[in-house]
Design a protein around this ligand. Structure first.
Ligand SMILES: [Zn+2]
Length: 266
């Protein structure tokens, strides 16, 4: 494994998203390469700083177990019951925690209770998984930058292909551009968050030659051909532009996502 390969795999490695074989290869390289070990230390530090700046909302104890039980029917983890008025409800922090817990609840409900698609393509499956795991904080965005150009440059140092980020007309007033290197169908891709109408959409960008057959139902919308996929209640919309393949994931309808994707700024 060369340095370039190792660096591409590092973020997936930090997230625990590699297969044992891939993980072993990455670790093998790291133990022999000082430059990549330094690079990893820096990535970990960046991630830690991002987490400190934007701490995930704490979830009230037992809530996650109850949600999982409600949507999967799994046995609950036995919780100790305490009586008396819950004074912590009167403080502002729990209100934020509860709001955060509701976001988590809806993401989990859509993910687990959504209709199962039969034999989803690994590209579709990974795009939805990657999106949901980022929303849940299981995977973290690696970087927040002030402009799409800075973000494209950040990807340039980590990926073998040139990432062009579309300038969506509807993307709203995004102040910080968040991104991470992601694996989609085993292929290195750039993942970027967009906020629109109170929703978060994930855009995945990868080299088009890595996805010769684009999965999904073909639909033409404003002269662009899209491929529409559904997986676990999420829309995964794909299209090509030159040498790049794009995939937008969200819980919006395909029509809404196509409207978002097809109105690029002039
Ligand atoms: Zn190296």
């Amino acid at each position: 494994m060369e340095c370039r390969d190792a660096r591409e795999y590092l973020s997936a490695s930090i997230d625990g998203a590699l297969t044992p074989e891939e993980q072993e290869r990455v670790e093998g390289h790291l133990s022999a390469c000082e430059r990549c070990s330094d690079f990893l230390a820096l990535e970990l530090k960046t991630k830690r700083l991002l987490r400190q700046r934007l701490p995930p909302p704490p979830v009230p104890s037992g809530l996650r177990e109850r949600i999982v039980q409600a949507v999967t029917g799994a046995e609950p983890v036995k919780a100790t019951r305490r009586w008396g008025f819950p004074m912590w409800l009167l403080r502002p922090a729990p209100i934020l925690a509860i709001a955060g817990a509701f976001v988590l609840l809806f993401a989990l409900m859509i993910f687990y209770a959504g209709p199962r698609s039969t034999e989803a393509s690994p590209f579709v499956k990974d795009s939805v998984d990657g999106h949901v795991k980022c929303l849940l904080g299981e995977y973290t965005m690696e970087v927040k930058l002030a402009s799409p150009d800075e973000l494209a440059r950040w990807f340039q140092e980590r990926l073998r292909f040139t990432v062009r980020l579309p300038q969506f007309a509807h993307q709203g007033q995004t102040e910080l551009w968040e991104g991470r290197v992601s694996l989609m169908g085993g292929v290195q891709s750039a993942q970027v968050f967009y906020r629109w109408r109170g929703k978060t959409l994930s855009l995945f960008v990868l080299s088009a030659e890595k996805m010769p057959l684009m999965p999904g139902e073909e639909r033409v919308w404003r002269r662009r051909t899209f491929h529409v996929n559904h997986h676990r209640g999420y829309t995964s919309l794909m299209w090509r532009d030159g040498d790049l393949a794009y995939c937008l994931v969200s819980d919006l309808t395909p029509e809404e996502v196509m409207a978002f994707a097809s109105e690029e700024r002039a």
